[in-house]
Design a protein around this ligand. Sequence first.
Ligand code: SF4
Length: 331
Amino acid sequence: MSMVYGPVMSWRYGRSLGIDPVPPPKRCTFNCVYCQLGPTRNPVLSADAAQETLPDEKQLFNQLDEYLRQISIESLDVVTFSGSGEPTLNLHLGSMVRQVRKCLPELPIVLLSNGSLLDHPRVMKNLSEFDIVTVKFDAGDDKTHRAINRPLAPFRHDQLVKAIHGLRTKTNVTIALEVMLLKLSSGISNISGKARETLVRELVELAPVVDIFQLYTPWRPPAEEQVQPISQSELKDFALELSSSIDKGRIWVYGIHDARTHSASWKSHQSIRNDILTMLQRRPCRLKDLAQSLDTSISSLLPLISQLRRVNAITVRQHLNEVYYSAQNEV
Ligand code: SF4
């Protein structure tokens, strides 16, 4: 399975070529309640523990070279390192970014991270190679952080705050915080009560060191039924509260900020079946997402989707009145 996938349609960054430096099965230091990859069955507690089985920049080069023969490079907006777990677990990340930059010098390179490994000196050095580092920040206190992100190794919320400050002082990257706002059926939520107060306070305190705040809710099917997305008006209300202390232009709200304006353009597909599967292994997609990503029509995708369903290669799930397809993340 290739570690190069997509491009996926990102509400934040547009047509995003995905690089998965920690390919399936999912390996992560967290077990977030809303993770679209399902539960973390392969917990990894430190970056040093995972190296033997992870790919390096040479493997990436071969796969990227093959991929770039098929797609029109002009139809990509960004390269994003993200996929089947926590990308910073791969200590070859820095050389991988340099490799991508040689092939795609015009494109910004983004990392999506949960921030748990930033105190590892090699991880921090790797991060300095990126243009944008997006760090998950769903809670303003340790109790809510443990309830939502469920770190698998001892990792406290205050360590995350310290790591974000370290990212500012040790690198020149643009720092974005992605804040998943949600409710759990247990009554826990980061948009009400004390949890909301502390989250808003911490976001405001981090404003001097952070460039962009990205507010969203689980709009793709989450791992667990207990996760409930919030409404668009609740999202806007949270953004409004933040904007009394943080410049509005730095707050991106899902449903308002939307970079998914253009489709990708392909020269050819070596195997559209594989292109579908590599994408669905990393994130659930609707038919219209696949059509936009793969530069094809929904009607031409339908027979292939039916065939993949017949052989149980993909599953289907309804979420917020939309139909999503996913592929098994285990290999
Ligand atoms: S959402 Fe990201 S950080 Fe959370 S468990 Fe899934 S892969 Fe790990």
